[in-house]
Design a binder for this molecule. Structure first.
Ligand code: ZN
Length: 112
């Protein structure tokens, strides 16, 4: 272990160790790195901020305002997406909100 891993939930790199646990200050996720994550196989589980499993075709709402990178557009908390598509990467959700295509992190949404 050469460095502290990024948060498996939100991808934040502000994580820090606490005893045998790692803690993410951005989403308050705590995890034990000696417990292997179940990442084998094709089945990728993406969970929303409430821990509900998300699937292609689900609709989600934002739980916080999100500023779009490279623009002054802000997507407001409570904005509802079109049906989502789950993708690889640290932004797991590909969807449209207010006719804007956007990649979202699952920890910033909840399933409708
Ligand atoms: Zn996090």
């Amino acid at each position: 272990m050469h460095s502290i891993p990024a948060c498996p939930v939100c991808g934040s790199e502000n994580t820090y160790p606490d005893g045998s646990m790692f803690i993410c200050p951005d989403c308050a996720h705590e995890w034990n790195p000696s417990e292997p994550e179940a990442t084998d196989g094709d089945e990728r589980v993406v969970k929303d901020s409430n821990g509900n499993v998300l699937a292609d075709g689900d609709c989600v709402t934002l739980i916080k305002d999100l500023k779009l990178k490279g623009s002054s557009t802000v997507l407001k908390v409570g904005s509802k997406s079109k049906p989502i598509r789950l993708v690889d990467g640290d932004h797991e959700i590909d969807c449209k909100i207010d006719n804007t295509s956007i990649m979202l992190k699952a920890c910033f949404v909840k399933k409708v």
